[in-house]
Design a protein around this ligand. Structure first.
Ligand code: BGC
Length: 255
């Protein structure tokens, strides 16, 4: 089972996709470095400041759930929860997590565990898939990449998600994957100038493969990109991406 739109966003503007129920969505972004939380109103506007806590090390399910429990207690009221997880997610169950420690996350029913903590309905999906939902317009082919601890990728066709595109782990150059050449550790290692040149090189590589209408680049390190980007490439912030939590509840269904 994966997440697919209930209505075709090509017939609905982002505003129309907003929820008319007035429900508030707690969006949780689980990252390799930090866990972020924010409550959004029905129009995907933040009702509080984003909270951030360091991801526990080792990031076992128990340790991570304990941090989530503590953080959730500090959040304003919410009706439902959307979670972005940094690995493959199917039917609320995790299947990988390269930056959290893979083995322990194989077949972990994260959705039901978070549901037990918050006592509200929860949807869990890949973090980049969720972030992309926050910024796409729902027309044509749109690709969203997140540059943070790892490299995430969400692909959408007329707003319909192609779930779990693990582009980051695809071999790219010099026997290294996209993630290995563009991850946070590599940015620290080679500096913003060389890293930015690699980002531009990656864009040149991906454009003729995906032939997207728009490429969105977000994640904590997007702000470090130096240089001119092609006209069909747009940068987005982590907070903008978290709006995907509402989109997930309003336009997606479990299939
Ligand atoms: C994971 C992806 C994730 C990305 C960003 C990668 O290592 O395999 O699933 O989206 O990191 O967190």
């Amino acid at each position: 089972m994966s997440l697919e739109p209930q209505t075709s966003p090509s017939h609905a503007s982002p505003d129309q996709a907003a929820d008319s129920s007035g429900l508030r969505t707690l969006t949780i972004d689980i990252g390799g470095t930090g866990i972020k939380m924010l409550v959004l109103d029905a129009n995907a506007k933040a009702v509080n400041e984003r909270a951030r806590t360091l991801t526990p090390k080792p990031a076992t399910p128990e340790a991570l759930l304990a941090v989530i429990k503590t953080m959730v207690a500090e959040q304003p009221a919410f009706d439902r929860v959307a979670v972005g997880f940094p690995g493959i997610v199917k039917r609320g169950v995790t299947f990988s997590a390269a930056n959290l420690g893979n083995d322990v996350w194989l077949r972990f029913p994260l959705q039901e565990h978070i549901e037990a903590i918050v006592g509200r309905p929860v949807l869990v999906m890949n973090d980049a898939d969720l972030q992309g939902y926050g910024v796409i317009v729902g027309k044509g082919v749109e690709l969203a990449l997140t540059l943070g601890t790892g490299l995430g990728a969400g692909l959408y066709v007329d707003g319909r998600l192609v779930p779990n595109l693990e582009l980051g782990h695809h071999p790219w150059k010099k026997e290294k994957t996209y993630e290995e050449r563009l991850c946070d550790a590599e940015l620290t290692e080679i500096g913003k100038k060389r890293w930015s040149a690699r980002v531009l090189e990656m864009i040149q590589q991906l454009e003729p493969i995906f032939n997207y209408d728009t490429l969105y680049i977000g994640g904590g390190n997007a702000e470090h990109i130096k240089g001119d980007l092609p006209a069909n490439v747009k940068l987005f912030s982590n907070v903008e991406g978290m709006a995907g939590g509402v989109k997930l509840w309003t336009t997606a269904k479990l299939v």
